[in-house]
Design a protein around this ligand. Structure first.
Ligand code: R5P
Length: 300
């Protein structure tokens, strides 16, 4: 109960100490509201400014992708090693227990399949459901130069507008159709368009030469997708080069969940992204962890 008689005069005002007003650590995000920044600070580690997002949203247009046949068995054990889970609401509700307690970036577009035109997407998740699921960001694809370019940009703009109302950031994914080029000119165009329409961060692919120019010209953080499965040393080298050239981490799927040892691979990727481990050292770490996990599995 409130005790009016016991109200004491405050003494610890410290008028000599100015109130701190820190700059937000993430590129392009300093003017965002508290909720936006808080969600971004759960996606990107404030101590490194980078993230390891585990992407397993592939089923939304390509069905049971290799390595994702059973999200409950394949992905759930990897969650402790990821900074963020990127997935559909269906995968989340059916296969990832809420007690996993990792930040979620929710895939909010759908509407096509690998059998049809990839760029013909729509926004397939209502903002209310994203809020209900506690999403830290929403994601949709922009397909620059594709048949449904205009529609895909409109989708992302809509997510940005609705998300801004509730403090939820938007990740714009630069989708690349089967026949589209993956060079500096293309990604400079695509990533810059995403940032200028208001995306809070952008997913791109890594490419050479010129990734550093694209990262510099994009005023918000870029994370790289892994793309098709590569041998582990090559995937680790790609992650290293991307971060070295200005990427703020990875949003990686197949190069983790299709690896011979997904749990070892995600930890090795984490060492590259957060500790700047050199690709060779990260691969050694991968081999050691893989052997260790193999031994433990054999003993069980
Ligand atoms: C496409 O299905 C999604 O945007 C993926 O999340 C993205 O391509 C990252 O996955 P991966 O590393 O397998 O390319």
């Amino acid at each position: 109960m409130a005790d009016k008689d016991d109200i004491r005069e405050g003494k610890n005002f410290h008028p000599e100490i100015p109130h701190e007003s820190e700059n937000f650590f993430l590129k392009g995000s300093n003017s965002l509201d508290w909720g936006m920044q808080n969600r971004l600070a759960r996606i990107f580690r404030p101590d490194t400014g980078r993230t390891v997002m585990l992407a397993f949203d592939h089923g939304y247009f390509q069905g049971p992708t290799t390595g994702l046949e059973r999200i409950d068995l394949d992905i759930r054990p990897l969650a402790p090693f990821a900074d963020v889970l990127m997935c559909t609401r269906g995968a989340l509700r059916t296969s990832i227990p809420p007690s996993v307690a990792k930040p979620v970036v929710l895939r909010c577009s759908a509407g096509q399949s690998i059998l049809t035109e990839l760029s013909n997407e729509l926004i397939a998740v209502d903002i209310e459901d994203a809020i209900r699921l506690g999403a830290c960001a929403m994601a949709a694809q922009v397909y620059i130069g594709a048949e449904y370019e205009h529609k895909s940009i409109a989708n992302v703009a809509r997510l940005i507008d609705t998300g801004t109302r509730y403090g939820i950031p938007t990740l714009a994914v630069t989708g690349v159709g089967a026949d589209m080029t993956r060079d500096e000119r293309y990604f400079a165009l695509a990533t810059r368009i995403c940032a200028e329409i208001g995306a809070h961060y952008v997913k791109s692919y890594y490419f050479e030469p010129g990734f550093e120019n694209v990262a510099a010209a994009c005023p918000v953080p870029i994370v790289i997708a892994g793309g098709k499965k590569l041998p582990e040393p090559d995937a680790l080298e790609m992650a290293y080069k991307a971060c070295d050239a200005g990427a703020a981490g990875v949003d990686m799927g197949r190069n983790i969940f299709q690896s011979d040892s997904p749990a070892a691979m995600i930890q090795a990727v984490g060492a590259v992204v957060h500790d700047n481990a050199k690709p060779g050292a990260a691969f050694e770490m991968y081999e050691d962890l893989k052997a260790d996990l193999g031994d433990r599995q054999a003993a069980e």
